[in-house]
Ligand binder design. Structure first.
Ligand SMILES: [Zn+2]
Ligand SMILES: [Zn+2]
Length: 155
């Protein structure tokens, strides 16, 4: 099977996945995921670490578990998680999950791959913007800022 390749924005921190389609792809609107991504929801896959190759430097930040302080807001990682992000550009690329130690969490946006399997789990919907799950229905002007398309056709 073809390798799936993810990276941070600057390309220094890279994840290569050579394995079956992930069994878990989730979308999450918890407060931690919103803050981590800077967006209104996150989308991530759990990938078996035996099929993952990591290249490049990372810095880490560990979200504390609910048994520690401070946990000031609701998180899907209430058991804690250690996030690996690029020390140069700051993109969070993957993370360690204490309660699922055989997997890495990997942000699927890093793959820039429209064929990546879609989420089959949606979490913490009550914590997100009400419009987030129906954004395509908003009365927005559809526009790619580089002018390559207008009106929603896919690149
Ligand atoms: Zn980077
Ligand atoms: Zn979350």
């Amino acid at each position: 099977m073809a390798a799936r390749k993810s990276s941070c924005n600057c390309g220094n921190l890279r994840v290569t996945y050579e394995g079956p389609d992930p069994e878990r792809v989730s979308l999450c609107q918890c407060y931690e995921c919103q803050k981590r991504t800077g967006s209104v929801f996150s989308v991530q896959a759990r990938l078996p670490i035996e099929h993952v190759t990591i290249e490049g430097p990372s810095k880490t930040w560990t979200f504390p578990s609910d048994s520690e302080k401070p946990v000031a807001f609701r998180s899907c990682d209430s058991g804690g998680a250690t996030y690996h992000f690029c020390p140069e550009c700051g993109s969070t690329v993957y993370w360690e999950i204490p309660f699922a130690p055989d997997f890495y969490g990997v942000a699927i946006g890093g793959f820039i791959d429209p064929t990546f399997p879609p989420p089959m789990i949606s979490g913490f919907e009550a914590y997100g913007a009400a419009w987030a799950m129906n954004a395509s229905g908003l009365p927005m002007e559809h526009h790619d800022y580089d002018g390559t398309s207008k009106g929603g056709s896919r690149a």
